[in-house]
Every structure is written in C-alpha cells, then in structure tokens.
Ligand binder design. Structure first.
Ligand code: HEM
Length: 416
C-alpha cells in the first residue's frame, strides 16, 4: 500500500482562508503529487487534482455527498435539504427536475431575456454616467432570471433581491460579517421564495407550466409527495441565485476584453463559435469555485492508496482548470485553445465534472454559457465605452474573487 503524502502536522483551515484558490494547487506543486492528506476543521481530508482525480471523485460507487457539506455552507450558499447533499435515486429524480428546464427553447428564452434586460438597463444610463459593470450585471441577471423562472419581481425590489442573491454566494469563502450577511440573505430569500411557491400552489399566483416556479411548486418526490415548501423554495433559489452569480463572469469577461484589444475585435461581430470559445476560456481561467467535497461511500484502493470509508475527499477544481498537463500555458487567456477541445468530462470543470443527468455536475452550465455569451455580445456589438484608470486586479485569496473595481465604465454610448 502506498502512503498518501501528508501536508503539515496541524489543522490547515486557517490557511484555506489565507491562501484561497492557491491553497490546494500550492500543496500539490510543493509535494510533487496529485494526492495528499491534510487536516481541515479538525478532520483528516484527502485532496486530489487533475483529470484522473476528477474521474475518481465523480465515481458514484465510491463517493457520496451525504455529510460532505459543512453546515456553514448549507446555511449560506446552498440551503438545507438541497440537491447538492443528495445521493442515489432521490438525487437523480431531483436532478431531472433541473435538467427539464434546460431545453434549447428554455435557453434561448433566457438568452433573449438577458439581452433585453441589458438594453433596458443601458437605456436608463445618463450620457455622463459612470457605471460599475458588476453591479449592473447582477440586476440585469436578476431581472432576466426571475422573468425566465416565472417569479414576479417588483421594480422597487430588484436591487435588494439581486444583492441578497449575490450575498449568499459571496459568503462561501468568508468568516465574520460577510458570512453572516449571506446567512441573513438566505433566510430572507427563502421566505420570499416560499411565499411564491405557496401562492402558486394555492392559486393566488399564476405561473405558466414551463417555468421553474411552476415546476418546483408541483414537483413530486420519489414517494409521490409535493416537496416541502421550504425545500421547493431552496431549489427555486438554486436556479436564480447562481444565475445572478454569473455577473462575476461578466465582470471577468469585460476585463478580458479590455486587456486584449485583439480579443475585443475578435469577439465583436464574431460568430457564435468564437464567442463560445471566449466564454469557455472565461470559465476556465478566472477563479470561482476553488474545490468540492464528497465522502467515501465504502473503502477502496486507488493507485495503491487506501481511501477509508467515511473519509472526506476534496477535488481541486481551480487547479484542474489550470493544470498544465491539460492546458498549454494555463495562466494565459487563449480562447483558441477550445477550437480543438474534445469536450472532456473531467478536464474543464469550473462547474463540476462527469455527467449532468446521473452525477452532480452543474445543470446550469448552459445557462451560464448563454448568459455570458449574451452579455459579451451586448458589450461588444451594442456599446462603446471607456475604461478609466481603476484597480482591475483580482485576488486569488479572496473567495469568491472579482475584479476589485467591479469594472467601471464611462462615456458609454449605445451604438446606432
Ligand atoms: C457562476 C456560474 C456557476 C458556477 C460557477 C456553478 C458551479 C457549480 C458547481 C461547482 C457545482 C457542483 C458540482 C458538484 O457538486 O460536483 C454546481 C452544482 C449545481 N449548480 Fe451550478 N454553477 C453556476 C451556475 C448555475 C446556474 C445558472 C444554475 C441554474 C440552474 C446552477 C444550478 C446548480 C445546481 C442545482 C447544482 C447542484 C447539482 C447537483 O448536485 O446535482 N448553477 N454548480
């Protein structure tokens, strides 16, 4: 039996907060390994990276999600009793519900609504107004997501709801006030969503059958019962919260356009193939999810290493997306790398790997791609703007990360 290389003698939790996205990759590099063992939150943890690590992590025979999520993540980011912590048949049944919302028609509608909302928003900017793109993107995506999902949204609540939805995401890598803000946002958002679910069930609110609101309200579990209204609310939030979070990718996309004028010219007027490559490179390069966790279902041996039943295993998401064995010059922005990409299940994994239907891979990958594409098209084809001097750097220790200024745009003109 091989001995799993060990990192540090003491609990490393504080270093996760200190080092952020670099925590795992730095240790794989230092130990010259694709697997090591450490201690986090007083628990032994095995960490794996790369394509083979991802393939292992998504083997459902070997891993389960039950008991893998820290309570603090459930109480802020995901919500309790959500799909993220489910396994087996109940998971697959719930996953079908999400996947049924991802048809070509649904995605086209979301893409159109995103563009419409950008146009509406841009029409409201005064000629000399300075805007923070990330802030605008959150509102645009909140409006588009709610409209798409069939959730009524009053004009005067947009800013607050968009902020709440982002706050839940912003809490995931934080301790202290940022984390507590996320928990409060979750409590308020769940209340908001639960009311909508009950309103639809009790016919005080009309929702068309093909909307997420209707589908969550009337979904039946494997025993034929409607979801508890709190759980239905959590799952409806599981659709609109991450759609608002795509605002971070929009800000990173604008940064990529600004930093490379050649790219900007290529994206402007490009066919959908190039915009898709550009979008994939945004998702690969810029930091969002650092790692994911699962527990060993029953003990097994992998490459001579023993994985004990119940052991927590972390998959290095950020590191795999920057693995030089998979990506040439991994820290450079090169959309062209996707021209010959075979679409592997375990290489580009910013939203998880493996299969969408049978595993935990993000069902919102296409929504994410469509929302980024629509936003990049809008920025390049419909607007002209200046990017004044500002701090566009982004941290690799703060999770989630963002361009620090949020990307300020001035002198905005709508192209005729
Ligand atoms: C900023 C964009 C997004 C990022 C970075 C992201 C990332 C992720 C990741 C890393 C996972 C976990 C995969 C795993 O556990 O193995 C996930 C799962 C999930 N995502 Fe996303 N996601 C995004 C957008 C979306 C959107 C737009 C939706 C809307 C439908 C969505 C809904 C979900 C759901 C429901 C799950 C749980 C799937 C399951 O456990 O089977 N996500 N996402």
């Amino acid at each position: 039996m091989n001995k799993i290389p060990r990192d540090g003698r003491f609990d490393q939790s504080i270093n996760v907060l200190r080092e952020g996205y670099r925590f795992l990759p730095a240790r794989f590099e230092r130990l010259h390994t694709d697997i090591f063992q450490t201690t986090l939150l007083a628990e032994k943890v095995i960490c794996v990276t790369g394509e083979e690590g991802a393939r292992l992590f998504y083997d459902k025979e070997k891993f389960q999600r039950k008991g893998a999520l820290p309570k603090r993540i459930e109480k802020s980011l995901f919500g309790e009793n959500a799909i993220q912590g489910m396994d087996g048949n109940p998971h697959q049944h719930r996953k079908l519900l999400f996947m049924s919302l991802m048809t070509t028609e649904h995605l086209e509608r979301l893409s159109q609504m995103t563009t419409e909302q950008w146009r509406k928003k841009a029409g409201e900017w005064a000629p000399d107004e300075e805007i923070v793109l990330f802030e605008e993107a959150k509102e645009v995506l909140c409006r588009a997501a709610c409209k798409w999902a069939g959730i009524p949204l009053e004009e005067n609540e947009v800013t607050e709801r968009a902020e709440q939805l982002w706050s839940m995401v912003d809490a995931f890598g934080a301790v202290g006030p940022r984390h507590w803000k996320g928990r409060k946002a979750r409590a308020e958002s769940e209340k908001w969503m639960e009311k909508k679910i009950l309103d639809v069930r009790e016919q005080r609110l009309q929702a068309s059958e093909d909307t997420a609101l209707y589908q969550m309200a009337f979904h039946k579990d494997t025993e034929g019962n409607y979801l508890d209204s709190q759980i239905a609310a959590v799952e409806l939030l599981n659709v609109i919260r991450p759609t608002v979070a795509v605002a971070a990718y929009v800000a990173f996309g604008a940064l990529a356009l600004h930093e490379d004028q050649e790219q900007e010219a290529k994206v402007r007027g490009a066919d959908s193939v190039y915009i898709e490559m550009f979008t994939q490179e945004i998702r690969r390069l810029f930091p969002f999810v650092p790692f994911l966790g699962a527990r060993v279902r029953r003990g097994f041996i992998w490459n001579g290493f023993h994985f004990k039943k119940g052991r927590l295993v972390l998959l290095d998401i950020h590191g795999t997306d920057h693995d030089s064995r998979l990506w040439e010059h991994p820290h450079e922005f090169k959309p062209e790398r996707f021209r010959d990409w075979k679409g592997g299940l375990f290489d580009l994994i910013p939203q998880g790997g493996g299969e969408h239907y049978t595993g935990h891979r993000c069902p919102g990958e296409w929504i994410t791609i469509e929302a980024i594409k629509s936003s990049m098209r809008f920025l390049t084809n419909e607007l002209e703007y200046d990017v004044p001097s500002q701090d566009l750097s982004y941290s690799v220790t703060r999770m989630p990360s963002l361009p620090k200024s949020g990307v300020v745009l001035t002198n905005i003109r709508i192209k005729p």
